[in-house]
Design a protein around this ligand. Structure first.
Ligand code: F6P
Length: 476
């Protein structure tokens, strides 16, 4: 086994096995922001990425991507059900997202979560050369830092939580709360999207383990575990280049024609997830149509809802509800050849997404809670023309950075309707000022800057960050 000085551990590898019904398997880019974010800067680095390759059964053999080695971790059918669909996505995911959906506590799932976390920790321990840095990602793998420290005390261990980390009032509901906090405390540095999450972690460590804390640093077993916010970002250069490609520009124009050359195009792009506030948005849109503020002939809404976690019941129920509501709205307000909502339940190529971003007059991003929301950042990066309005939920991590967006509380239906109208009617000059400010922020805070900030905070020396592409930049 070849070893690396940097090992990244994430539930998914950047390649996903999309097994077709006839058994044929096709490798695709993994869904979700985490895989795209890491994939943006890892390939030129001689690192190893430990993760699940999608599918079940024995781990496939995967080629390197550039200098990056892929080390697949196998999952069985039962493990997929109990670790990924169960504890990760039916217990932790809803709880960490403000319990917008009731979390399910199923005792049987815990043992599998622990066993799978151990398998990831062992794979990482094998892949790490002496004194290496191992960077563990997200809520699926919260026990890995501590397990890894026991296996390999020589390692520098980082953890980054891509999703929100809840306040003690919510976290305390977890039957395995002490083990989960202990698991995280195996890290040297725990990164979060927002400052508040770091405070939550420090408070929880104090409350559950009795560890002294100062400025959100936690003293445990004679070590200091640091916590801090590192808002994740996107590959700004990639999105800009995509959006500027002549075929993408042509596709954007064609899309507008296909939509019937409306006065305004509203766009939403989400994984089909109950945290994304899709139902709230549809309700607001239905009322705008009903009240006559929006006319089908002038305005269309394009809702891309990328299939996600479809074997989890709450996701299937959500899909039924959304499709029922889209059908009702189109039935009531659509005309022949002019639906009120264009609903697309499919994954899109990156270039097609870029064309959609270019076509949109108003991008509507209304999650009820979201760690960051990279779609909002991609939209901004795609708008070289300085046009387009971004309606953004206050409950997305991105709202702390994209302050010039039309910020909104998606639970406040009247507020949401009023904000949508304001965004639709905003003057081009106003939109340009907002977009320019947001683009300026993003240009500085792209995905490489994120990785650099995190890795520099992890090893203090800047040695790890030296391997990253692009020029070093001063920490904010
Ligand atoms: O950060 C949230 C997350 O679970 C990521 O790990 C991933 O990028 C995304 O959501 C997609 O989810 P899944 O891997 O379950 O398809």
């Amino acid at each position: 086994m070849r070893q690396s000085s940097l090992v990244v551990v994430a539930n998914r590898l950047p390649l996903d096995d999309n097994a077709a019904l006839d058994g044929a398997s096709e490798w695709r880019r993994s869904p979700g922001g985490l895989a795209s974010a890491l994939h943006a800067f890892l390939p030129p680095i001689p690192a190893t990425w430990v993760g699940w390759a999608g599918g079940v059964g024995p781990a496939p053999t995967l080629p390197d991507i550039g200098s990056l080695r892929l080390r697949p971790v196998p999952l069985s059918v039962d493990e997929l059900r109990e670790y990924y669909e169960g504890f990760a996505n039916s217990t932790l995911w809803p709880l960490y997202h403000d319990a917008v959906q009731q979390p399910v506590f199923h005792r049987g799932w815990w043992e599998t979560y622990r066993a799978v976390n151990r398998r990831f920790a062992e794979a990482a321990a094998e892949a790490a050369e002496p004194g290496a840095a191992v960077w563990v990602q997200d809520y699926h793998l919260q026990l890995v830092p501590q397990m890894l420290r026991e296996l390999r005390p020589d390692l520098l261990i980082g953890f980054f939580m891509h999703v929100p980390f809840p306040p003690p009032e919510l976290f305390m509901q977890l039957p395995r709360r002490v083990e989960l906090v202990r698991g995280l405390l195996g890290a040297d540095l725990i990164g979060f999207q927002r400052e508040q999450a770091a405070h939550n972690m420090a408070q929880l460590a104090e409350k559950l383990i009795g560890t002294p804390t100062a400025d959100d640093d936690i003293e445990v077993d004679g070590r200091t575990v640091r916590t801090a916010a590192f808002p994740v970002s996107i590959d700004v250069a990639e999105v800009r280049a995509l959006a500027a490609r002549p075929d993408v520009v042509a596709q954007a124009k064609q899309l507008r024609r296909d939509l019937g050359q409306p006065k305004r195009v509203l766009l939403s792009v989400d994984r089909l997830d109950y945290t994304k506030g899709i139902e709230h948005r549809l309700t607001a849109y239905r009322e705008l149509l009903r009240d006559g503020h929006v006319k089908v002939r002038d305005t269309v809404l394009v809702q891309v809802a990328v299939p996600s976690r479809e074997r989890v019941e709450s996701y299937r129920d959500l899909r039924d509800r959304i499709e029922g509501e889209v059908g009702r709205i189109n039935g009531e307000f659509g005309r022949v050849g002019e639906p009120a909502i264009h609903y697309l339940n499919q994954a899109f190529e990156r270039s097609e997404l870029a064309a959609l971003y270019r076509t949109a007059d108003v991008m509507v991003v209304t999650p009820l809670r979201d760690g960051m929301n990279l779609v909002a950042k991609e939209f901004v990066a795609a708008r070289e023309d300085g046009a387009g309005a971004l309606v953004l939920s206050e409950f997305a991590g991105a709202a702390a950075e994209l302050e010039q967006a039309f910020l909104v509380n998606p639970h406040d239906l009247d507020g949401l309707k009023e904000t949508l109208l304001r965004a639709m009617e905003a003057k081009p000059d106003d939109l340009k000022v907002r977009m320019t400010a947001m683009r300026k922020h993003l240009a500085k805070h792209d995905i490489v800057a994120w990785a650099r900030d995190y890795l520099t905070a992890l090893d203090h020396t800047g040695r790890l960050a030296e391997t990253l592409p692009g020029k070093p930049r001063k920490r904010r």
